[in-house]
Each structure stands twice: as C-alpha cells, then as structure tokens.
Design a protein around this ligand. Structure first.
Ligand code: CU
Length: 195
C-alpha cells in the first residue's frame, strides 16, 4: 500500500509529499492529501443521477416524472448521466424517429444495464432525455415489469447557458400522449444549467 502511494505521488512530481508519507509520521493523512491533489488534474467528470418514477409511484397516475428535473453542471465538464427508470409502460415512436438513437454524446451508444446499445426499438421506448439546443438525445427503454432499467450516457457540457430538456416519447396524458407531464416542468421537461 505504501509503495503504491510512493509510486503514484512520485509520478505526479509530489516527491516531497511522498517522502513525508514514507516517513510514517501520518501515513493515512499523507495518502489522503496526495489523492486529493491528484484529483485536481484528472479529467473533469460529473455524475448526474436521475430516477424516472411512474405516475402510480407518486400517486399521480399518468404522470411519470424525472427526479431531479433541474440540475447545474460546470462548463467544460463531461456529464455522466445515470438514468434509472421504473417505468414498464411504452410510448411508441415512429420506426424512423431520430429519438430512438443516441446523439450528441461522447459515444454513438448508450449503455442499457451495462451493455452498449445503438438504438432502442420503436415499441420498446419509454422516454427520452433530450436537450434540443445541445443536440443531446438519450433514449430510455421500457423497464421490466416490477423492475428497473438503467441507462448511462456521457456528453460534454461545452456551451454555457440554461437549456430546456424534454422527453420526446409521447408518455403523457391526452389522446396524443403529449399532454400533462410532457408540458409541465418537473415531470417530462426541465432545465440544465451549464456555467
Ligand atoms: Cu417521457
């Protein structure tokens, strides 16, 4: 363990700090401060975790909801989205809909329960997390009954501003599915601020 600390710290040019840690005066403290220092130079990744709850879960049938629906990320960061959905209902899109495919991400795929996926089937889509102004689209498939599905996707928040996101699968109320939660901030639309 101590040898690892030495190699790691020396590699980053923190020889003085490593010598202090190596003397054994406060090995635990020395290790902690080296780790904190190295994190500053690491690529800036922020993780944003969202849950999609069903209307039933929040006692508002027909009103699925992203939680949280509003968040702020630092400009320049890679945003690692982790979206866990409980929703086992679909919201079919036309087979040629662009919202079935990931876009605007650091990869051409999203992961669905850890596996890379390049597109969701038209009848398997439940929601999307779409930021039109940034060209970002994350398709989210139907969860298994009484289970969950987790989608991860990464994008770079290069442009500063406050941007609206919207679910583009018609999961809401009304004959078209575009009412209710689809047009109400805090449910299937919200904002992301990059600053
Ligand atoms: Cu939706």
């Amino acid at each position: 363990m101590r040898r690892n600390v030495w190699t790691w710290a020396a590699g980053a040019g923190l020889i003085g700090a490593a010598i202090l840690a190596g003397c054994g005066a406060q090995p635990a403290a020395g290790q902690g401060s080296n780790a904190a220092h190295l994190n500053v130079a690491a690529p800036h990744v922020v993780t944003e975790t969202m849950t999609i709850e069903t209307g039933k879960m929040i006692h508002k049938p027909g009103w699925p909801k992203f939680d949280p629906a509003t968040f702020t990320v630092p400009q320049g960061a890679t945003v690692h989205l982790v979206i866990k959905s409980y929703d086992d209902g679909n919201a079919p899109l036309p087979a040629n809909s662009p919202y079935l495919k990931p876009s605007g991400l650091t990869s051409s795929t999203v992961t669905v329960d850890g596996k890379p996926v390049a597109a969701i089937g038209a009848n398997d889509i439940a929601h999307t997390f779409t930021i039109p102004a940034l060209g970002v689209n994350v398709p989210i498939p139907v969860a298994p009954k009484d289970g969950t599905v987790t989608v991860t996707a990464d994008f770079v928040a290069s442009k500063a501003g406050t941007f609206t996101w919207q679910c583009e699968a018609p999961c809401g109320t009304g004959s078209t599915g575009w009412g209710g939660p689809m047009i109400t901030p805090g449910y299937m639309t919200g904002t992301i601020t990059v600053k």
